[in-house]
Design a protein around this ligand. Structure first.
Ligand SMILES: [Zn+2]
Ligand SMILES: [Zn+2]
Length: 266
């Protein structure tokens, strides 16, 4: 098994001291970068390293999203939430909550694998992703079939370096995917990606300290590939952050409502 240099999620934010509106501190730049990266703050709209009004307003949106006290300050609770491992897809797009608008126009979709992780013996990680597809298939009229990468799959799954060519996962992002054609923000054509960061995190099957369960993360990312955005409902599969040493392999009422809105059973 390869030894990895695991990076705690968002280490630069973890070092930043709590700060109130008006504060100036170079560590705040990492907080602002985070808010920009996940859609809460528009790039170029704030003064770097200063907790100015746009930054404070973005913090309020973030705090409301995560059910924290909406003070507009960089609080300890905000820092704790920001330093959890999370999905690379934004929560907001230009400050507006992303909501699912695009669904596939067909119910039969194909997927393929182009790489594995060295963290797991054999190919159990592939089976974990297949299980996650099955969980969504059971809850919807969708049908997924596995093909090979050279058969033009709709979705191509793999373990990638953190600085992936199509989306930078560096810093604390566990994985990324994309939204269906018409709403895609990463891929300009098929296949859509389902990419796990294989540089900064340890992947596992089941709950293990300092490692992430493949099926748990795959279940979340497949939700995006089907058209779901992030959910504010804590404990739902589509909530943006996830803990290590944790499994979440079943859909909640919130997730099922979302998928059936996009793909009703007729
Ligand atoms: Zn996500
Ligand atoms: Zn990627």
């Amino acid at each position: 098994m390869a030894i990895k240099q695991c990076v705690p999620p968002f280490a630069a934010i973890a070092k930043a001291e709590p700060a109130i509106k008006g504060a100036r501190n170079p560590d705040l730049t990492a907080v602002q970068d985070f808010l920009i990266r996940f859609g809460y703050l528009e790039e170029g709209k704030c003064q770097a390293a200063e907790l100015d009004s746009p930054t404070s307003e973005a913090l309020i949106k973030y705090q409301e999203y995560y059910n924290l006290s909406p003070t507009g300050d960089f609080t300890q609770a905000t820092r704790d939430q920001m330093t959890k491992g999370r999905c690379g897809m934004p929560d907001m797009i230009r400050g507006i909550e992303f909501t699912a608008e695009c669904a596939w126009e067909r119910f039969r979709l194909t997927f393929a694998f182009d790489s594995e992780t060295g963290d797991i013996r054999g190919s159990a990680e592939l089976q974990a992703v297949r299980n996650a597809f099955r969980t969504w298939a059971v809850a919807s009229p969708l049908v997924f079939s596995e093909i090979t990468p050279d058969e033009n799959p709709d979705i191509l799954i793999g373990w990638r370096p953190a600085r992936d060519f199509d989306h930078n996962m560096g810093g604390g992002v566990l994985a990324h995917a994309d939204f269906p054609p018409g709403c895609s923000i990463i891929a300009s054509r098929l296949p859509l990606p389902l990419h796990f960061d294989d540089s900064e995190h340890v992947w596992t099957i089941g709950a293990a300290a300092n490692a992430f369960d493949v099926e748990t993360v795959a279940l979340h990312e497949i939700g995006h590939l089907l058209g779901l955005g992030h959910s504010r409902v804590a404990g739902s599969v589509m909530f943006p952050s996830v803990n290590d040493n944790f499994i979440m392999r079943t859909l909640t009422a919130d997730d099922i409502f979302g998928i059936r809105t996009l793909y009703p059973f007729t």
